[in-house]
Ligand binder design. Sequence first.
Ligand SMILES: Cc1ncc(C[n+]2csc(CCOP(=O)(O)OP(=O)(O)O)c2C)c(N)n1
Length: 346
Amino acid sequence: MAEVEGASAPAASGASRVEYELQLYYWMKLIRGFEERVSRLHRQNKILGGVYSGAGQEAIVTGICAPLQEGDLVAPLHRDLGVFLMRGVDPGRLMAQLMGKETGLSRGKDSFLHGGDLEHGIFGSTSMLGSSLPVAAGAALKFQIRKEKHIAVAFFGEGTASRGDVHEAMNFAGVRKLPVVFVCENNRYAYSTPLEKQMAIEDVASRATAYGFKGHVVSGNDLLAVVELSERVMSRTREGGGPALIECKTYRYRGHSEHDPALYRDKEELVEWESRDPIPQYEFYLQKRGHDLKRIREEVDARVNATVQGAVEFAEQSPLPRPEEALEDLYAPSGSSATAGNPRGS
Ligand SMILES: Cc1ncc(C[n+]2csc(CCOP(=O)(O)OP(=O)(O)O)c2C)c(N)n1
């Protein structure tokens, strides 16, 4: 299987900024390529459970995960498959998780939706939207008590922002000045509910003031802007500056999930947002920086295709879980504290 470096690799290894920027491009393209393949596999009935594509939102996951370090904790939501790739989860295992195979993160006992991987610092989401934010605040409390220079990051949508858990997590984080960064991916629709029926204010970020910390708004389709902001905000939080809220304005291209044709929004709106696609925007930047875009694009596309194809082959060749394993991994072995609920961390 092709390897994907963990998100902290380029910065931590002292790689030059140029290499780092090229690596960001690779990640964004890998996330797009991987998700497009998953959508196709879903139509071929090869995916277990729902598929919630993040197509159009790749710059957010890329820009937010890039400055993360080993030991940090991330709580992604249903549309954040890219977090797994960015944190260095093997693409084959991720694909196997999506296909419900024995080699997946949950050993075939769950769909992608609830998969996590604590070895890579990923807390799996639950069906109750917003419930992972208090968990991220809890992880941040642990870092604070142990005086560890780690941070927790929790992703959520603007629909999720209306949930009480989100308020509780942010309030607690503000009171205790916890090292946690909340990231709202505001893609304008919560399933079929448009923004204006979801909230009475312009920006989710402005709520941060009420919790005693800073809220930032950024274009979620502009990778450079996201990465610059997340680097700045995260290093402040890591150094004891307390929590922060980053709101990324964006749009999802596909329906809420693959079975949703999204008839509640008009085509013009979609086309307008597609014209602000994060990938060509970033390619324009790379070109302006003097890169041979044609060559880089070819190289990156070849790497992405090979990685995705390798992941599909690995997953397809992997066995389904055996019925006699059904009752394994339901409880942590006694004495285990790190992976409560599942010793394999998923
Ligand atoms: C508490 C709760 N309410 C409703 C749902 C059903 N549901 C799942 S995803 C979703 C939309 C979430 O929208 P948003 O938070 O904006 O994220 P997006 O899907 O747009 O990325 C809804 C309503 C749920 N899973 N949990």
